[in-house]
Design a protein around this ligand. Structure first.
Ligand code: GLY
Ligand code: MN
Ligand code: MN
Length: 446
């Protein structure tokens, strides 16, 4: 059943804010469709996932739905959704239908999707600006073009289709980057479930297991707590596999003495979590593993300290890189001075990704990392503000190489937590699973 979310007020409020933005820019109409179905093979589809922007404005998760917002003398929020079809619902499941959608989701009007062709040309006419997503599919593009042409033809020169077209995505990204209370509540729940799943996997791990068996533990814990799905394909990487950044859980066997890197997070009520932990398959870190693990944890701590309102987006990355680079020098992975390896970026041989990203409806959530207009050169980094949610995920990845101490070969470590920027600093919402090496060892002994 596609039941409404518990509270429709946040969705109504977001539509109100978008409409206010449109009105301030001279008025216009916004047309947004949800995501299409995706074919998997032959007549099987991937599990359906709605479009994140569409969900943000509607809370509506059924496929084949459209949102139309008109910012004029009176604002109108109109949903187009699948008509009730009892005979089809026997096969495909419940449909809300337009009548119920009005009250359940707080729209001014709702119609069946079949009525788009009839109603859209008139709705588009005489609107100064059309707001739409520039990432829309070809099928959506063709429909919009058709309705715009129809609008002009039906007007016979008296009514005009919008002369300006604006991308909705940057407007919505700026809204989505600051989470409201309902979003934070969903993200806390996603974080709690994912932390439990990592804890479960650590407890279950032992040499001789396959990576996919740990993946199964994660999935079991996600689903049994009501998460709808993983937010992204789970990474479960034993030994050298951890040095492949986007490795997917495979059939490698965990060997005694290996580290295991798990990067996995569930999606709960459309919101992502994103956690990485690295732990020894046999429950005891070796000396070299522990040295690099503690280094990564220290880098993460430095990044956490640099995550606070008013700080630049890049401060956390710079703080983590400084700690990691000094550690690489201390351990003989790099040679020279700290300033030298920072200047030459020699550390990127072992730490080649950034320290975080926005997190929300999408695991790599929308939102500019810089401020100012996209056309400007060398825009400054964005400042953090309360209500932003981001990941803090330093790592170190050492591949086999003649000029690298052998004790560190094939060690891949990442520690990733989800941080909510608060009024004073940040709160890590994923610490339901331990990070400290001794605490991990104690948990695995239980
Ligand atoms: N799991 C994807 C990431 O950490 O960015
Ligand atoms: Mn991440
Ligand atoms: Mn991750």
């Amino acid at each position: 059943m596609s039941l409404p979310c518990t509270d429709i007020a946040p969705f109504v409020e977001r539509r109100r804010r978008l409409l206010a933005h449109m009105r301030a820019a001279g008025g216009g109409i916004a047309v947004l469709s949800t995501a299409p179905h995706a074919q998997r093979n032959h007549d099987a589809e991937y599990p359906y996932r709605h479009d994140s922007d569409f969900y943000y404005l509607t809370g509506f998760i059924e496929p084949e739905a459209w949102l139309v917002l008109v910012a004029g003398v009176t604002d109108r929020a109109i949903l187009f959704c699948r008509a009730k079809r009892p005979e089809q619902e026997i096969w495909e499941g419940y449909r809300c239908g337009p009548d119920a959608a009005v009250t359940r989701y707080g729209f001014d009007e709702a119609y069946a999707t079949d009525e788009l062709d009839t109603l859209l040309p008139a709705l588009l006419s005489d609107q100064p600006t059309l707001y739409r997503s520039f990432a829309a599919t070809g099928a959506v593009e063709r429909k919009l073009r058709h309705w715009l042409l129809q609008s002009e033809q039906q007007g016979r020169g008296r009514r005009l289709a919008p002369g300006r077209i604006q991308d909705l995505r940057p407007i919505l990204a700026d809204m989505r980057v600051i989470k409201d209370a309902s979003e934070i509540a969903a993200m806390r729940q996603a974080a709690r479930i994912s932390a439990g799943a990592h804890t479960r996997a650590m407890r279950a791990a032992r040499p001789g297991m396959h990576e996919y068996q740990l993946e199964a533990e994660l999935l079991y814990e996600f689903r049994r707590h009501g998460a709808q799905s993983p937010a992204y394909p789970s990474i479960v990487a034993a030994g050298a596999n951890a040095c492949v950044l986007h490795y997917a859980a495979g059939d490698t066997v965990l060997r005694d003495g290996d580290l295991v890197l798990i990067d996995a997070g569930c999606e709960y009520d459309s919101y992502a979590s994103d956690i990485t932990r690295t732990f020894p398959a046999n429950g005891r870190f070796t000396g070299p593993q522990r040295a690099l693990y503690d280094l990564t944890a220290a880098a993460q701590q430095a990044a956490v300290q640099a995550t606070a309102p008013g700080r630049s987006w890049n401060d956390a990355h710079e703080a983590a890189v400084r700690v990691l680079a000094q550690g690489m020098l201390d351990e003989g992975l790099l040679h020279g001075s700290l300033d030298g390896v920072l200047e030459s970026t020699a550390y990127t041989r072992f730490y080649m990704h950034r320290t975080g990203h926005w997190l929300g409806l999408d695991v790599h959530d929308v939102g500019d990392y810089r401020q100012g207009s996209a056309s400007e050169q060398d825009r400054p980094w964005r400042s953090l503000a309360a209500g932003m949610v981001l990941t803090i995920e330093p790592g170190i990845y050492v591949r086999e190489a003649a000029d690298v101490p052998e004790a560190f070969w094939n060690i891949g470590i990442r520690i990733e937590d989800d941080a909510l920027v608060t009024a004073e600093g940040c709160e890590l919402i994923t610490r339901g699973v331990p990070v400290d090496a001794r605490e991990i060892e104690a948990l695995m002994r239980e």
